[in-house]
Design a protein around this ligand. Sequence first.
Ligand code: SAH
Length: 220
Amino acid sequence: MPAKGDTFAEARQRMVQEQIAARGVRDPRVLEAMRSVPRHLFVPDEYREWAYSDGPLPIGVGQTISQPYIVALMTELLEIPPKGARVLEIGTGSGYQTAVLAHLADEVFTIERHAALAAQANARLHRLGLDNVHVRVGDGTLGWPEHAPYDGILVTAAAPEMPPALLEQVRIGGRIVIPIGRRGGQTLECWTRREDDFERQAIIPVAFVPLVGEQGWSAG
Ligand code: SAH
């Protein structure tokens, strides 16, 4: 009988092969990060056996941990530079996406509006030794201007439109990956900052929980 840890490790390798590589994610650094982050430690105990299944899962207060493929795709789209990168994430949630980013960037700044989720994610990330992560409770639609400009900004909740504050906090050549659309369904978009404007690219249809804040949806 393999130990429980081995079972999860096997499931994780299968997840990367069958759900992520098979769907076209190629960046070896992203695949490596997805192979190493223990996703089962980021889901509630009662969902642990589904941690490596091909979908989102509930994490409490009406929020979800995203489907593994979507996490990998969004991370690949960010094109994080191999050295010295600083990344901002809006919507820490479980901290899983944060952990994946922490494998690729030098520093990860992440903002969560629910204090309980932020505290739990922070504890998990530090337990895993990911000390390059900074978690803050607040409204991510305003970004985190103190550490700007970022090489990449990743928004893991659905915005009605691009929050203007984020446009100012990404460096030239950097990217913002964000779901934009209605509350029920959105398009995953990738915005690349040029000298004078942004190149805007539509990727795939997605369904995220709402981005709630001053430059997002109102609560309720
Ligand atoms: N990246 C997360 C996904 C969590 S779901 C993961 O891997 O688990 C999206 C999260 O965004 C939720 O936890 C929600 O509370 C949070 N959120 C929504 N609006 C926000 C805002 N304005 N600022 C910060 N976090 C926000």
